[in-house]
Design a protein around this ligand. Structure first.
Ligand code: SF4
Length: 355
């Protein structure tokens, strides 16, 4: 049987050759597994590793995370992107403390109800922590199964996802689901890689449809990406000359919610420096003559999955407090590093332009 052959060879490979080391591998503590899985959503292992260690050090258990200050958790998450994960992390920790007496739920259905946890993460926690028979289907597994079985289907619709989930569940070793799930993910990451998979030395090559029919480079079928949105953010770094700066928390339903920023003017296009100086935004917020523009930075850029953010920083000194002041916090320069900022702003601050 091909299926049995696939699973058997996968486990044999894992036992003999799988040397992939990660700090959460083999972990049984559901809190640590959950933390690592949330960090690894949309993040490469190499980047997530240091964040995982920082979080475990600062919040060694679920209760310490649930009672942490939101601003501090976001600060620790800074640079990792996809901040909804951080919001969900905090929400889930609080729910477990409040509704489950601080004990991580030990069944798939309850785990799946928690914020930020989809079928993949629920299966990972259920199988790694509790040995439950739920197969993981992430990008690695989708790629490997598409190639091995010659399936020409992306993972776009609910129907596509169901097909891959059914197949993965059928292949799962029910005796040790955690070990099997780890093996299939590692195999996808180390052997059946997105580019240059190691087909000639692969233990699955004999029955692999993609290898046998030269489909390796066309499988898995890719999803069409939506058009990228371009946005222009002009940040005014405002001070009244007393070494304090205006910042506020982003609260709207948009990118970077809960992170902090300087006074923002979002325009639909690139603005030449002269237009920034003479713009209605500047005059409305800072008056016609009550300010001095000290410096305008070069354009910077942050690329997100579906958006490109063009950013520019305008240093401005006010003669007296501006109208926009009331919605902002006034923070001394040496305390700015205590606040979580989007990557665009934190890299600008790291250049030491504000001291
Ligand atoms: S033969 Fe190549 S494409 Fe097929 S499973 Fe192995 S690495 Fe992947």
């Amino acid at each position: 049987m091909v299926n049995m052959d696939f699973s058997k060879k996968l486990l044999q490979w894992s036992g003999r050759e799988n040397v992939r080391h990660m700090p959460w591998k083999g972990e049984k503590n559901p809190y640590r597994i959950w933390l690592s899985e949330i960090i690894l959503q949309q993040t490469r292992v190499e980047q997530g590793w240091a964040y995982y260690e920082k979080f475990i050090k600062s919040y060694p258990n679920l209760k310490s995370l649930a009672s942490a200050k939101e601003k501090e958790v976001f600060k620790l998450w800074e640079g990792l992107g996809y901040y909804s994960r951080c919001r969900n992390l905090l929400a889930t920790a609080k729910i477990i403390v409040r509704e489950y007496k601080g004990v991580f739920p030990d069944n798939y259905e309850e785990i799946l109800k928690l914020p930020g946890i989809g079928p993949y993460t629920a299966a990972a926690i259920a199988s790694f922590a509790f040995g439950l028979p739920h197969a993981v289907v992430d990008g690695n597994v989708h790629r490997l199964l598409s190639r091995y079985f010659g399936i020409r289907m992306p993972m776009r619709s609910a129907k596509d996802k169901r097909l891959f989930q059914t197949l993965a569940d059928a292949l799962l070793d029910k005796k040790d689901p955690g070990k099997y799930n780890q093996a299939i993910m590692d195999f996808g990451a180390l052997i059946c890689k997105p580019a240059n998979p190691l087909c000639t030395s692969c233990v699955q090559s004999k029955n692999c449809q993609a290898f046998q029919h030269q489909w390796v480079n066309i499988l898995p079928l890719k999803e069409k990406m939506p058009a990228r949105k371009e946005r222009w953010f002009y940040y005014f770094i405002v001070t009244a000359g007393d070494g304090k700066y205006l910042i506020r928390e982003r609260k709207d339903k948009d990118i970077w919610k809960n992170l902090y920023e300087f006074v923002l003017w979002e325009t639909g296009k690139l603005m030449p420096q002269q237009q920034i100086r003479e713009s209605g935004f500047v005059q409305e917020n800072f008056g016609k003559t009550g300010f001095q523009i000290l410096h305008i930075s070069d354009e910077m850029m942050q690329i997100l999955t579906h958006q490109t953010i063009h950013g520019c920083f305008v240093h401005i000194r006010l003669k007296k407090p501006a109208r926009c002041l009331k919605n902002y916090l006034l923070i001394p320069a040496d305390q700015l590093d205590q606040y979580p900022f989007p990557g665009l702003i934190s890299s600008y601050l790291k250049s030491g332009i504000i001291t």
